[in-house]
Design a protein around this ligand. Structure first.
Ligand SMILES: [Zn+2]
Length: 221
């Protein structure tokens, strides 16, 4: 059976996904005998937390991938989200958290020091005044010209106003104080630090994401 050139995916993958929430065939043959799929689903762009079989958070995937994993018998849905997957005929709750049936082994993740990782560690808040927002930058606590290294212990999230105020001075020279001591995260998640911190804002996901001391906490509370 050939797929119609207008199809967006193969029939088998499409049917597996549809079979998750539909028992009717997802396709018909067009006049030329090509496989014609009824429609694209357009609400498959949510994110799904994937846990290993020991509940270790492994990955964040999209809904399409999640439904494929469930239908292939590789994972079970632990929680649904309040979003609905719509087709022309029906709708069903979208998965939010999956657990793999068989454990997978992955090498220990490496935690890369990057702007995004430092922002995520600091919960996207200026470590001097606590302001949040898009106008954030990275500050060397001990200035670069004084030999301040680019390390977890010397880099903090900083708003532009505090950054300008601090300039090339040390904390003692400018009289500013950090809300908390910057440290290297002890727990290294398999999923990216930025996604991990974002995931902790999801009430359902939070219970599956171990609390990382010093990560994503509000320094003002
Ligand atoms: Zn600030």
């Amino acid at each position: 059976m050939r797929a119609c050139s207008g199809c967006w995916t193969t029939a088998s993958a499409y049917q597996r996904q549809r079979a998750y929430f539909l028992d009717k065939p997802a396709w018909r043959l067009c006049r030329a005998g090509f496989l014609l799929l009824r429609e694209k689903t357009t609400t498959m762009d949510g994110e799904v937390l994937v846990l290993n079989n020991d509940f270790e958070p492994l990955n964040v995937c999209n809904v399409r991938r999640a439904i494929a994993l469930v239908h292939l018998g590789k994972a079970d849905v632990l929680h649904h989200s309040d979003r609905l997957l719509r087709t022309c005929e029906t709708q069903a709750p979208s998965p939010s958290v999956l657990k793999l049936r068989h454990g997978v082994r992955r090498p220990m993740p490496q935690l890369k020091l990057s702007r995004r990782s430092v922002f995520a560690r600091d919960n996207y808040q200026c470590q001097y005044c606590g302001v949040t927002g898009r106008e954030l930058t990275i500050d060397h606590v001990l200035p670069k010209y004084m030999g301040g290294p680019a390390t977890w212990e010397n880099l903090v999230t900083c708003c532009r106003r505090c950054n300008a105020k601090k300039g090339d001075k040390t904390l003692q020279q400018c009289g500013m104080r950090l809300k908390r001591e910057p440290r290297r995260p002890r727990y290294i998640p398999y999923i990216s630090l930025a996604k991990y911190v974002a995931g902790q804002k999801n009430e359902v996901w939070r219970s599956y994401l171990p609390v990382m001391p010093g990560i994503g906490e509000n320094p003002l509370t």
